[in-house]
Ligand binder design. Sequence first.
Ligand code: UT7
Length: 325
Amino acid sequence: MKRTRSIVRGIGSYLPKRKLTNQDLEKLVDTSHEWIVQRTGIEERYIADDSETTSILGIKAAEAALADAGLRADDIDLVICATSTPDYTFPSTATMIQTGIGMTHGAAFDLQAVCTGFVYAVATADKFLRSGSHKRALVVGAETFSRILDWNDRTTCVLFGDGAGALVLEAQEGEGTSADRGVLTSHLRSDGRYRDKLYVDGGPGSTKTTGVLKMEGKEVFKFAVGMVADVVQDAFKATGTSAEELDWFVPHQANRRIITASADKLGIAQEKVVITVNKHGNTSAASIPLALDAARKDGRIKDGDLVMIEAIGGGFTWGSALIRW
Ligand code: UT7
């Protein structure tokens, strides 16, 4: 049966100018390049300066995605920005991106699911497009986590970086099979009981401050692999596809060990796994579109490829989406 699909029309990303290496971090906190690489796989990350706000990063990524799609702002009628580090409490970063790209019509809103934000945003945009209410969505993941880190806490400050990525999704009619292009399925989960494992200790409605990130890394790690495997299996089941048919596994980039263990658990060959955590660190909601853009631009992801994205983040939130490019 024919059905509307949200197909990928374009992708883009943007990184701040300043690169921060593990060697640079050795001068800031009691850590070592060897420890960071061995425990996380991270070698370097990018840190935004004061002028590079989340919306600025998001605008640059959105412009790159529009150029890749061969579209103009006029062609877009929905902007969703996944972020936990908005420029302001309000207005939304999405409306700032909307203005920044020169778009004065349609709707724009932020979506907050921490590191799972981009998967949530893709799933949300897909539902808008499939409902027929909107035609083309700009889905942005943009973050400046460097602003909410405790730079004296070596257990967290070495892990994160800043950046942004964006996808243009367009409603098109498909045949209703897993051979269709577009978002084939998405699966979102959350469980607020795990709130204290990964959170920011401030906010406008509680402390009236921004707060800093707190994480029980080992605990998050323990849950991550099982949660990821569950939602990825859900996506395979819903579409009648399998790990063997997958062309690319593009997980949230938090830790190379979590990524590798998840792929092994799911029976996904390591050569199908896209890893950028070494270059970007954990950029929260931006990590998946940054990784997708890297793999698209270097020729790995080709039209027609089956691509699984998945993430876990604060909340906990977790989710997956299966996309035929
Ligand atoms: O994006 C949202 C999802 N977040 C994640 O997926 C993060 C999940 N967790 C992780 O990636 C890992 O748990 C970490 C990378 C955060 C930590 O790795 P770990 O293997 O779980 O290390 P640990 O926390 O058990 O720490 C081991 C040791 C400790 O020392 P002792 O107690 O054994 O003496 C830490 O104090 O490493 C020490 N340590 C460090 N040493 C050097 C912690 N941070 C550092 C550091 N440099 N930066």
